[in-house]
Design a protein around this ligand. Structure first.
Ligand code: DX5
Ligand code: ZN
Length: 220
């Protein structure tokens, strides 16, 4: 069954705890986007906000690092409560080392890829990670339009994971909504991240319910 992550970048940040409480019983995890103004053209929030949020929810928190020097911050994000850490393939020379650092510290390690990054580049890291975060918009902002060819990327990634006999999670992030959620799950996405789809959508409860009924079309 597909899981849903609520991306708080799109919520009313002045009322963060209330916003999380509002969606808590419907979603499987909170998605926490960290942006540094270098790796992406936006600045969001970081360690002190994660620390504060950690006290407000028992849901797992997936931290998506959109920063140029992830090696300097991984330990502290896990200390402050990250259950999963997604590191961009494009952001480091030493992905293997960082992935294993995350796992050694007891969190799940995800590798994130920008829309232009081919999945073929994951062949030497796929067996080391718990999941792949496929960016289906260019990272930096909530509320952007889903890049259509991401669907094929997810399908191919699902094939790759299956052929290798792995259980790797496939997280899709960016522009997920009523129109594409079901087809994404059918094609192998196992975690759907949604910002606007939840916090700017009056029908989010219904949308999440329908996602949970969806099945992967090439499931065993
Ligand atoms: C974009 C972020 C996403 C974003 C998703 O850089 O990584 O997590 O908040 O928001 P929506 O679902 O609104 O595209
Ligand atoms: Zn994200």
């Amino acid at each position: 069954m597909a899981k849903v992550a609520a991306s708080i970048l799109a919520c009313d940040l002045a009322r963060l705890a209330d916003e999380v409480k509002r969606v808590e019983e419907h979603v499987d995890m909170i998605h926490f986007d960290v942006m540094d103004g270098h790796f992406v053209p936006n600045i969001s929030f970081g360690l002190p906000v994660l620390k504060a949020l950690r006290k407000e929810t028992k849901l797992p928190i997936s931290v998506h690092l959109m920063i140029t020097n992830p090696e300097d911050y991984i330990d502290r994000f896990i200390e402050e409560g990250a259950d999963m850490v997604a590191i961009h393939y494009e952001s480091t020379f030493h992905l293997h080392r960082l992935v294993h650092r995350v796992k050694d510290l007891g969190a799940q390690a995800f590798v994130a890829i920008n829309p232009h990054t081919p999945i073929d580049l994951l062949s030497e890291i796929i067996t080391d990670v718990d999941g792949v975060l496929v960016m289906s918009v260019n990272p930096g902002f909530s509320g952007q339009r889903f890049i259509a060819r991401s669907l094929e990327k997810i399908r191919n990634l699902r094939k790759m994971v299956k052929e290798l006999g792995l259980e790797t999670e496939i997280m899709v992030d960016g522009g997920v909504n009523e129109e594409n959620a079901s087809i994404l799950v059918k094609n192998g996405a196992t975690i759907l991240v949604m910002g606007y789809g939840i916090f700017k959508n009056d029908n989010y409860v219904e949308l999440i319910r329908s996602i949970k009924q969806e099945r992967e079309e090439f499931a065993d």
